[in-house]
Design a protein. Sequence first.
Length: 268
Amino acid sequence: MPLEVPMTVPAPLRWLVSEITSMRACAPAERPPLVHVPDADTSLIFRTTSARRSALLVVGPRTRASYHVGKDFPLCLRLRLRPGAARLLLGVPMTELVDQVVGLEELWDDAALWDGAAGLTAAPAPPGDDVRRVLGRLQAALPARIAARSNADLARSELVRATAQALRDQAGQQREPVAAIARRLAVSERHMRDVVRDGIGVPPKRFERIERVRRVLARGRAHTARWAQLAATAGFYDQSHMAAEFRTLMGVPPAAFFAGRFPSLQPC
């Protein structure tokens, strides 16, 4: 299996980045499939190849799972951005990045701001230094990008963050309708939907669907004999609702997924 290690998010990045994961490749004979699960959050990915080439990528919101043949990445560092942060950092509506992977340089056309991160794709550092080098560069580049945003941009980002938090807090509780969340946040439902689509890439109800399936993914292996209980704690109406939603987003039923029976693997 690949070595996947959660890392501490540096203090200057904590209001932008929710988690950092470092993954290093395993031997070819042990290389598992790459399973990209649905995720409403956008991520920054730094990766190197066996030829010591590197790339800095933006992975937009994923609305459905994809399954790929395992690849050789000596280092893959993933920074998962908080809701609302991606729009501020990247400067484009997140609807343009749904189910897309693009190079960061395609979005950051400001030479001064890009310079802080561009060195990441230059000549590689010695093995073991990559993680420190990547995080050091991004700590300099990302806050500088935010500093160029207006107060109105920051307010919209905060509304996105508050809406996402309200939707994520509903696991195992009675669902709060989107209209009620809007009233609680003192905005119109239409305005909240528009801001969330722009800032996250998907509307609130699609965000909810993705989050429910992610709860099943996080808890499924411990609940495979208690599907009805898992459905209730993950926020579904019942077990059949969970099975249908899971299959729509993951491509296979829950039991098949947790048994490792995936759809046909595609080239990455």
